[in-house]
Structures are given as structure tokens and as C-alpha cells.
Design a protein around this ligand. Structure first.
Ligand code: ATP
Ligand code: MG
Length: 497
């Protein structure tokens, strides 16, 4: 046991202005081990691995690899020490090809000292094939789905032949099939003696794949457990510092009043004859496999993608929605799936990001009542328990899960009558999930109609009044609450493939 210790991090401290992100944290990884890192949003998980990856310098503490003390001052030091990191946010370059992304900064050269594109494409293709991915190495990365991009990120990390591989929420945008595939890859690397640090908020994954779990809370080390010898209740109470008992109870408040009716909607080559309706005070789930067309429907409703034919009726009136401004005027709000690409102004403050939509909607240019702006921002920071040192903090400095909460808060601040949430709890910890559910429940009770797109079946089943199931660009069926089960949803989700 003793000599298989690959990595030790001891007494690690890291401070940011106003935030003590890591306080005296210890962590240990063995060869061939999958060691999960668990903690609430903002607990310090990503910071710990960024310190290991040379992205942040440590204020205090030591890192040992194979028992030898090492200095990791930058990313290339980390690579030299055999450390590869798959970050929480994608860091690939969309306008480059898959091969260029994989070999960025270490491109193979020809005799003329120019990039040897043929060799690069061949090598990349070999890697993609070896891992069974059906992706062309010379495709522009931006053309791939988010899930495929995520897989490229993983292949890239593996291609360094690292001994220590860190995965920060690798599955947040993967479908079940891809998760299975990722887990096969992890098992293969494990058997080769690679040590893997695995960060995820999905407890079921930790149970499946990890050997040990280390829990962090508020920047501090709480403890380490052998996965087989613990359970979710114990881990969650370590995580939140108390026992998390009954979440909340969903009160159903749908009325008979139809607020939104979508009739024979067609868009692009993909969406065909979409029909469904939404009642006042209802939570309507949208289930389906990744790529079934759920987000596309939402983008049409919100005026982002054009509609080819079909009608949208809001409160009984046929309504044209050509752009998001029109959508908002008609009382719609859309919390998009990907917070980085579509949503956040990463360099701006929490306050700016929370109030921007309200300002766009109500202000006509010049007057900004800044006291009111602060009030609104503070309300949503409180309601959503957003962890930030102040309203002035740059949003890019918040933890991933807290960024997600800012996006939701921003749209709640527009007080919509129809709220569309696309994967609202992705990357959000168990406690914050419960908070988001409670907010949805309360909004529905107040008469807001909610559409929730989600790939997590338990969430869809527990939260929805009814569920529309999509498959391959069509509505495969709609299930009433009493008919909801994982089997029925999956059956419909695969029916048109
Ligand atoms: N560059 C930075 N500048 C200032 N504060 C930061 C920076 N990076 C992280 N923080 C703060 O450090 C704390 C820990 O953040 P970290 O990203 O490590 O959390 P996390 O455990 O990964 O959370 P999540 O589950 O939401 O991803 C948070 O309070 C965060 O706001
Ligand atoms: Mg994180």
C-alpha cells in the first residue's frame, strides 16, 4: 500500500481577494485508484485541482509525486510531472479542427519545420479510432455536439499518457451511452496504473466508479472514505455539515387555463410537427436523449432559431416571436443549457449579470436606478444562496455551480409568466438542487408556467405535472403524472430512432 502512493497534497492553502478558497487541505491519490472529490458548489474542488495543474499558484503547502517534493508553477510543470486535467468548462478552440485541438502546442513538424498536418490528422484519427469514437480528425471542432467536444477533451487529456488524470465534472454534458463509454475508458486507464481524480455532483456515478471519496466543505478537508464502506447519507452530511432530511414537497397547482399552445411547429431539417400545450401553474417536463431536439424547440419558442411553419399561441392569441426581445415582451424567459456560450458576461460582476435582463427590458437607455439594481441583485443572490464575497465579484471567479445559479437568478428577475429551464440543475450540488426545486414549486404555485428540459429522469419524474418525450426531432408522446416511470419515458425516447 505504502509505496503505491502516487500523489500527496499536504496543507494546501489558497486565498483569493475576499475568499479563502483552500484552508489546509490534504489529498492523496494511489496508482490505479479512482479518487472522487465531493463538496457543495464553491467548496474548493476546482481550485484544488487547478493548483495541481499549475493554473493557480499555492500560497502554502506541499505537493509530492512518488514521494518526491515537486514545484508546479505552471501548466507545463504539471505536464512534465505527468498530470493532465479535464476542466469543468470546455477549453477547446471551436474554429480549429479536432486534430489541431488535440495537438495544440505540440504539433508534429516536418523537415521544413512546418506543421505536418497529414501526420497530425493521422495520429489524431488513430487516437479517435482506438477509443472507438466515430469522429473525423479534420472536422472543425465547433461543428461537433457539446458531448462530442467533451469526448475530445477527454481524448486529448489521455493522449499525454499522464499518470495522474483529473476529471472535473466530465459527464455534465454526456448522454448515458457516452457515460458508459467514459467509465470503460476509466477502468482501462485504472488497470494501466493511472490515478484518477474524479469530480462530480452525481452520487450514483461516484458509487459506480470511485474507490475512495474525499469530501471538502468551505475550502476545508472534511474526510476520506472508502466508497464501499460509506453511503450517500453519510457523504451528504459530511458535505453540508448536517443531515439533509426531507427536501420539500411538490405541490401541484396546474390550472385548466392554456397559456401556451404550440401547433405543428417545423424548424430546420430536424424538428417535425411539434405539438404540445402548457397550462397556467404547470411544470411541464421535456425528456429525451441528448440530441432529441428539446433545446431546439426551446430556441424556437424564444425566437433564437427561425420557425419554418406552425403556430405559437400565447393566452389564446397567435403570436409571432422572431427574436428574444419579442419573446420577453410576451412574458417568456429562457435559462439556456450552456452558461458559458450563451449566457454569462464572464468578466462582469454578479450584479451586472443578475440585473442585465431587467435593465434591457425596462430601461430605455439612460436612467439606471442603481439602488434598485442592487436590491434586485441582492434578492436573487439571497434567494438562490449564491456564494459570492460581494455583488461586485466578477462572475468568472465564482465556482461553476454558482455561475449556473446566477443565470437562473437573472431570468427569474424578469418575472416571466412562462419560464423555460434547460437543464437547470446541471453542475449544481444536492443542496442547491433542492433550493432550485423549491423555487420552481413556489413559482408554479404563484401561477408561473414552467417548461423544464432535463436529462435526469428522477428529476423529470419528481418535478413534472406532465412530461413531453421527444425522440429524433418529433414529439414521441406526452405522459400524465400518474403514468410517469423511467421505463415509459425511455421507451418513448427511443421510439423514433
Ligand atoms: N479566480 C478566482 N478569483 C476569486 N475567487 C475564486 C476564483 N476561483 C475560485 N474562487 C472562489 O473560490 C471558492 C471555491 O471555488 P471552486 O471553483 O474551487 O469551487 P467548486 O468546489 O469547484 O464548486 P462547483 O461545484 O460549483 O464547481 C469559491 O468561493 C469561488 O468563488
Ligand atoms: Mg468546480
Amino acid at each position: 500500500m505504502e509505496n503505491s502512493v502516487l500523489l500527496q497534497m499536504k496543507n494546501i492553502h489558497k486565498q483569493f481577494p475576499g475568499v479563502y478558497a483552500l484552508k489546509n487541505v490534504d489529498f492523496e491519490l494511489q496508482a490505479g485508484e479512482v479518487h472522487a472529490l465531493l463538496g457543495e458548489n464553491g467548496a474548493g474542488k476546482s481550485t484544488l485541482i487547478k493548483v495541481l495543474g499549475g493554473i493557480y499558484s499555492i500560497d502554502q503547502g506541499d505537493i509530492f509525486i512518488d514521494g518526491n517534493k515537486v514545484t508546479i508553477a505552471n501548466v507545463s510543470d504539471a505536464q512534465k510531472n505527468g498530470i493532465s486535467i479535464i476542466h469543468q468548462e470546455l477549453v477547446l478552440v471551436p474554429y480549429m479542427t479536432v486534430a489541431e485541438n488535440i495537438f495544440l502546442g505540440r504539433e508534429p513538424m516536418n523537415a521544413l519545420r512546418m506543421v505536418d498536418y497529414d501526420k497530425m490528422n493521422r495520429d489524431a484519427q488513430e487516437l479517435l479510432d482506438a477509443y472507438g469514437l466515430n469522429i473525423q480528425a479534420d472536422r472543425r471542432l465547433g461543428k461537433l455536439t457539446t458531448a462530442s467536444q467533451q469526448m475530445i477533451e477527454i481524448i486529448k487529456a489521455i493522449s499525454f499518457n499522464s499518470r495522474i488524470l483529473v476529471m472535473d465534472e466530465p459527464t455534465s454534458s454526456l448522454s448515458d451511452k457516452e457515460v458508459d463509454y467514459l467509465f470503460d475508458t476509466i477502468r482501462r486507464l485504472k488497470s494501466e496504473g493511472v490515478g484518477i481524480i474524479y469530480i462530480s455532483h452525481r452520487m450514483s456515478e461516484l458509487n459506480m466508479i470511485s474507490d475512495r471519496v474525499t469530501v471538502m466543505r468551505d475550502g476545508e478537508y472534511v474526510g476520506t472514505k472508502v466508497t464501499k464502506e460509506t453511503d450517500n447519507t453519510e457523504l451528504i452530511s459530511m458535505m453540508v455539515g448536517r443531515e439533509l432530511t426531507n427536501y420539500y414537497t411538490r405541490t401541484y397547482s396546474a390550472t385548466d387555463e392554456t397559456v401556451l399552445q404550440v401547433k405543428d411547429l417545423n424548424s430546420g431539417d430536424f424538428l417535425k410537427n411539434i405539438n404540445f400545450e402548457l397550462k397556467r401553474g404547470e411544470i411541464l417536463g421535456f425528456a429525451g436523449l441528448v440530441g432529441a431536439g428539446r433545446s431546439e424547440v426551446m430556441r424556437c419558442l424564444f425566437g433564437i432559431d427561425p420557425i419554418e411553419s406552425g403556430e405559437i399561441e400565447i393566452n389564446g392569441t397567435i403570436t409571432e416571436i422572431k427574436n428574444p426581445q419579442q419573446a420577453m415582451k410576451n412574458g417568456l424567459a429562457l435559462v439556456p443549457e450552456s452558461r458559458k456560450e450563451e449566457a454569462l458576461f464572464i468578466q462582469q460582476s454578479v450584479q451586472f449579470n443578475t440585473t442585465i435582463k431587467v435593465l434591457e427590458q425596462f430601461m430605455h437607455g439612460i436612467f439606471v436606478n442603481s439602488a434598485k439594481e442592487t436590491d434586485i441583485a441582492q434578492k436573487y443572490v439571497d434567494d438562490m444562496s449564491i456564494k459570492t464575497p460581494s455583488l461586485k465579484q466578477v462572475v468568472g471567479n465564482l465556482s461553476g455551480g454558482n455561475q449556473q445559479k446566477v443565470v437562473i437568478g437573472r431570468w427569474l428577475a424578469t418575472t416571466p409568466s412562462i419560464l423555460i429551464l434547460d437543464e437547470p440543475t446541471r453542475g449544481v450540488d444536492v443542496g442547491a438542487k433542492a433550493e432550485i426545486y423549491a423555487i420552481m414549486n413556489e413559482l408554479a404555485r404563484q401561477g408561473v408556467s414552467i417548461i423544464m428540459v432535463s436529462s435526469e429522469l428522477p428529476e423529470v419524474i419528481n418535478m413534472s405535472d406532465r412530461v413531453v418525450v421527444m425522440s429524433n426531432g418529433i414529439v414521441a408522446g406526452c405522459l400524465e403524472r400518474e403514468d410517469l416511470s423511467q421505463e415509459k419515458i425511455m421507451h418513448l425516447a427511443t421510439s423514433a430512432m
